[in-house]
Design a protein around this ligand. Structure first.
Ligand code: DQQ
Length: 477
């Protein structure tokens, strides 16, 4: 296992900050958004990310960099990509991906210059991917396809088929809808335009698709995009043939309202692993005061469900962080059973609960509860509506934090059994339900004693078959 991160945080940032996550990745300080360039290289996992190293706000984008031996403990490395004054990325090194070009690690990212967004390339010659050389011929595509009136031309998904490289670029066709434009190349440097991989309907799936990610999974292909203006990532599973993708099943990657721009990669065990950016739910001023903004989701392993939907489960490596453990079995959840979990206190917990719904109309778990219940966040299943929600109405006494509820439809299988797998990490609540849907939200309790856990039920009772709770160890030193 790798060593815990030696944080190089400026004074003022660190364990004393009650909202700063302990076991979700984030940079030492300042702003982070999209995961970029995910790759397993020479036995290590590399995570690059959109980073403004000057402030806790989006700005002149660089690529931050971290490395891990176990997918869980990360070590911060020097910034990998910095905009070159006067160059095609002078106004920002925006999102992109990493590929292995016959032994040469290669990044394809969006260079921004005076409003132009164009693909650029950089290669590394060191095994630790610390130094990157930008290709002298950047940008490798000089403009969007002639004759197409596009909205945006950025973010890249690159893969190999036989001897050829293929690249998708996120875009939108004016008045029609979001799209991902497909190109082909013999060498990653010379690209020919093939056409749109598929085109969405503006009213339903947005006018522009950011961060396309395209890959084979089982017998199908998956396209994930982050459409403007939906503020969430969506996916399709479907069929890829003749350089066109035919979507068959559509879904939402995460319903929690704070998850965007995910990227996946394939590791040495053939697992398809996804990370997404969790944005803040507090004001810009609060972020500036804290000195940081943006968190990475836990690594999620993807698979295909028999109904064609995407299944996401937390990578098993996360279990290495488990500390003190509590287990409860067979609890009748009724209005009188509240308080059954009063021995557990914590803001960094993994919670695994298996419920049998019974007759209750609503049931679930409350986290980050103050002793008087004034602050609490509810993760609640509505049996009649078949919906799972993260209710933040009372998450914080701080009126400047977001308090809207996000909900996800959950199929009828939840009537038999509902498995809630909740990762609580200070301001992060990451929920996996029945390996079927994910809801990740952000909360900022104002009281230092909002650390309690409780069961919740409405109209009748439900059965809690089992509940496991672990205190989670910090990934920081
Ligand atoms: N973030 C990047 C863009 C991308 C957007 C810029 C998505 O490349 O479209 O920071 O969050």
């Amino acid at each position: 296992m790798s060593q815990p991160i030696r944080q190089q945080s400026p004074p003022g940032i660190g364990a004393a900050d009650p909202h700063r996550p302990c076991y979700h990745f984030l940079p030492p300080a300042h702003w982070m958004n999209d995961p970029n360039g995910l790759i397993r290289w020479k036995g290590k996992y590399h995570l690059f990310y959109q980073h403004n190293p000057f402030a806790a706000t989006w700005g002149l984008m660089h690529w931050g960099h971290a490395v891990s031996e176990d997918l869980v403990h990360w070590r911060h490395l020097p910034i990998a990509l910095t905009p070159t004054p006067g160059g095609p990325d002078q106004d920002g090194c925006w999102s992109g991906c990493a590929v292995n070009d016959r032994g040469t690690p290669t990044l394809i990212y969006t260079g921004v210059q005076k409003g132009h967004q164009r693909p650029c390339l950089a290669t590394s010659r060191d095994d630790d991917l610390l130094t990157w050389e930008k290709y002298a011929g950047n940008p490798v595509i000089s403009a969007p396809p002639a004759g197409l009136e596009v909205i945006g031309f950025r973010d890249h998904s690159v893969w190999q088929e036989g001897d050829a490289w293929y690249q998708l670029i996120g875009s939108g066709i004016q008045g029609i809808g979001g799209t991902a434009l497909l190109y082909r190349s013999p060498d990653l440097r010379h690209w020919e335009y093939i056409g749109p991989l598929c085109i969405g309907h503006r009213e339903e799936t947005g006018e522009m698709w950011e961060c396309p990610d395209f890959f084979a999974l089982g017998e199908k292909h998956v396209l994930i995009v982050s459409p403007i203006p939906l503020r969430k990532a969506i996916y399709w599973t479907g069929t890829y043939a003749g350089h066109r993708f035919t979507p068959e099943v559509q879904g939402v990657v995460d319903y929690g309202g704070h998850f965007y721009a995910p990227q996946t990669f394939c590791d040495d065990r053939g697992r398809r692993i996804l990370f997404g950016w969790l944005w803040e739910g507090r004001s810009g001023e609060a972020c500036q005061t804290a000195g940081w903004a943006g968190v990475m989701s836990l690594p999620r392993v993807l698979s295909l469900r028999p109904d064609g939907q995407l299944s996401q489960t937390p990578a098993p490596e996360v279990e290495r962080l488990r500390g003190q453990h509590w287990r409860f079995e067979d609890i009748e959840v009724s209005p009188t059973s509240t308080g059954a979990l009063s021995e557990i206190q914590g803001d960094s917990l993994e919670i695994l609960a298996e419920f049998e719904p019974g007759e209750a109309t609503e049931f679930g778990i409350r986290v980050r509860c103050s002793p008087d219940g004034v602050e609490q966040t509810e993760i609640v299943y509505d049996r009649l509506e078949k919906r799972l929600a993260v209710n933040r109405e009372h998450s914080s006494l701080d009126p400047a934090t977001h308090r809207d509820t996000f909900a996800a439809p959950l199929g009828s299988a939840a009537d038999e059994k509902l498995t809630l797998h909740i990762f609580l990490d200070r301001s992060v609540v990451e929920v996996f339900a029945n390996d079927q849907i994910c809801l990740t939200s952000r909360i900022y309790p104002a009281r230092s004693d909002s650390l309690g856990l409780d069961l919740w039920v409405q109209d009748g009772s439900a059965r809690l078959r089992s509940l496991d709770v672990w205190e989670m160890r910090s990934i920081y030193g």
